[in-house]
Design a binder for this molecule. Structure first.
Ligand code: LLP
Length: 420
């Protein structure tokens, strides 16, 4: 288990603080983050790539909690954003504008304009149509936008289909064989400066092979474009670095660094990566209480107070999260198979099927492990449920960084027109 989460007196604890103690104060369910683990993950990756001069832009979409991003900002993180909302959150956390890059296929005019106004480092454009739009907005402001072109390298990342982004039929990036158009396009776009290329092939990739293939492709394309007279000085390698959700090995930072070195290390460009999951994934868990143990005849159901609206990943990608009882079972204690489910009225509200666990009872606490990435950021209020709190622990202290947003507060976001 990640170093920050461990067992103290037979009970699961984070940085030495008993999770049961936090649960008693905050109520369940809630997300729980370890600042120590965040920093460890950040430093492991940043230190591994530092000798190659690689800038690290944290992918905000993985976890945009204010305190989480503040911890990373203080470590010197840059940010990869995909919306105006994430720009607001990155700046709020103290990430300097000149360390922010903006990705995404559907940026609005307002988002592009604001990015130009605050002076972010670079916009990663995903189409020629977008390039033209950026040009017009930059022209209207009398500035020259620094733009990288996101290329679709047509590489199979070998990951879940719903999180693959670098295949030709994905909506992302510009097909490499259409880059020839660039020479003519750029002649008429006086307000964009093409500074480099960008790539991102998918997420939760556990082997270096797909990265090596994509990075090599980018090196070739960079050389080709340079030969045609484009002064490319940057290359954004994206994120996607996989982590262990069960006992499997993650992608080691040293192996990633070596892959970068051998594929693009001698290009003479400023390199950047955009990790999300590998920074926050194992720094967070979702803490939940058993509501009922339901004997369904053939299947025993562990019904939790957390549900798919709080943690969507199992329902959406069939992803695995370990279910760990907060009170450690006695050695050799009996185990049985449970289907671990939430209270929502959908069969997809299932966290795990036939999971072997020690015997549990209503009221017991469990954690859904490795939930720091794409957990809280993807949560919603389906079934008129609350948005769960987020708690951060650092050096023996804990604080609620986002309180529970109950339905009464959600009602205040809505009105009924008086003419209805
Ligand atoms: N850069 C770009 C352009 C991206 O689209 C993404 C993620 C990242 C960086 C960060 O990737 P990471 O290092 O976190 O793998 N919701 C899914 C994951 C979707 C990832 C989308 N793009 C999940 O829960 O598995």
């Amino acid at each position: 288990p990640p170093s920050a989460f461990g067992v103290v007196d037979g009970q699961l604890a984070v940085e030495g603080v008993a999770i049961a103690h936090i649960a008693a104060e905050v109520g369940t369910p809630f997300y729980l983050y370890s600042a120590k683990r965040l920093r460890e993950n950040w430093r492991t990756l940043a230190d591994a790539v530092a000798p190659l001069g690689v800038a690290v832009h944290y992918a905000m979409k993985a976890n945009a909690n204010r305190a989480v991003v503040a911890v990373l900002a203080r470590e010197g993180a840059g940010a990869d954003i995909v919306s105006g909302g994430e720009l607001t959150r990155a700046l709020d956390a103290g990430i300097p504008a000149n360390r922010i890059v903006f990705s995404g296929v559907g940026k609005t005019d307002a988002e592009i304009a604001r990015a130009l106004d605050v002076g972010i480092r670079q916009i990663n454009a995903e189409s020629f149509e977008e390039l033209a739009r950026i040009d017009a907005l930059a022209g209207a402001r009398g500035v020259v936008a620094e733009v990288a072109l996101r290329v679709n390298p047509d590489v199979d990342a070998g990951t879940h289909a719903k999180i693959t982004t670098g295949k030709r039929d994905n909506k992302f990036g510009i097909d490499a064989d259409r880059l020839a158009r660039l020479d003519n396009e750029l002649k008429v776009l006086a307000n964009v400066r093409l500074v480099g290329l960008a790539v991102h092939i998918g997420s939760q990739i556990l082997s270096t092979a797909p990265f090596a293939a994509a990075y090599r492709r980018m090196a070739d394309l960079t050389r080709e474009l340079r030969a045609r007279g484009h002064a490319l000085t940057r290359l954004d390698l994206g994120g996607g670095f996989g982590i262990p959700y069960r006992a499997e090995a993650g992608l080691a930072a040293a192996d990633l660094a070596e892959t970068i070195r051998t594929t693009v290390g001698d290009l003479g460009v400023e390199l950047a990566i955009e990790p999300g999951r590998s920074i926050v994934g194992d720094a967070g868990v979702l803490v939940s209480r058993v509501a009922f143990v339901k004997d369904g005849g053939d299947i025993r159901f562990l019904v939790l107070d957390a549900a798919m609206n709080d943690l969507m990943r199992p329902a959406m990608y069939d992803s695995h999260h370990d279910v760990v009882p907060v009170r450690m079972p006695a050695p050799g204690a009996e185990r049985i198979d449970y289907d671990v489910v939430g209270p929502i009225c959908e069969s997809s509200d299932t966290f795990a099927r036939r999971r072997s666990l020690p015997i549990l009872a209503a009221g017991d606490l469990v954690v859904l492990a490795t939930a720091g990435a794409y957990g809280a950021t993807m949560a919603g209020t389906y079934n008129a449920r609350a948005l769960v709190p987020e708690v951060i622990v650092d050096a023996g202290r804990f604080a609620v960084t986002r309180r529970r947003i109950e339905v009464e507060e959600q009602l205040s976001w809505e009105t009924v027109p008086d003419w209805l």
